[in-house]
Design a protein around this ligand. Structure first.
Ligand SMILES: [Zn+2]
Length: 154
């Protein structure tokens, strides 16, 4: 059966928009904030895609808040590290202020790689630093969101 056209969006402002696709036409969009990462949103999305027939999954990772701007409470940072089995992927960072920070970009990259997902595009820009280009909930308290989009032509 031929896949029908479909499009998916994920709305974010500092969290990471992750778009997944496979040559079989299976697509997904994933909202990757720290709570979702700890809850296993990336392995869950990959599992659903594989259950639908996806074999080789590729990802495009959009802009998110950079660690230099992402001060993070020690208790929550320890929760994230525990979910990753310690600080192996280097999710602990230092913000520009010198306070503890979370490297969300690195956490997402680690989880995608752990699932065997090839990242074909990664936007390294920081949503908090680039006020003229992106919305930031954390840095500027903005209610607006940017969208990550993926579509299948059918
Ligand atoms: Zn920044």
């Amino acid at each position: 059966m031929a896949a029908s056209p479909a499009s998916l969006a994920v709305m974010v402002a500092d969290c990471t928009p992750v778009l997944l696709a496979s040559p079989e036409g299976i697509i997904a969009s994933v909202h990757c904030g720290w709570r979702g990462l700890v809850a296993g949103v990336i392995p869950a999305a990959v599992e659903v895609m594989r259950a639908q027939g996806a074999r080789r999954i590729q990802s495009a990772v959009g802009p998110c808040i950079g660690s230099e701007c992402y001060e993070f409470g020690e208790e929550d940072l320890e929760r994230v590290e525990a979910a990753f089995g310690g600080n192996r992927p280097g999710v602990r960072a230092a913000a520009a202020s010198g306070k503890p920070a979370l490297d969300l970009r690195r956490a997402v990259g680690h989880l995608l790689a752990a699932e065997g997902v090839e990242t074909v595009y990664r936007d390294g820009r920081c949503t908090a630093c680039e006020a003229s280009r992106y919305y930031s909930a954390r840095a500027r308290g903005e209610a607006e969101r940017q969208a990550g989009l993926i579509w299948r032509k059918g």
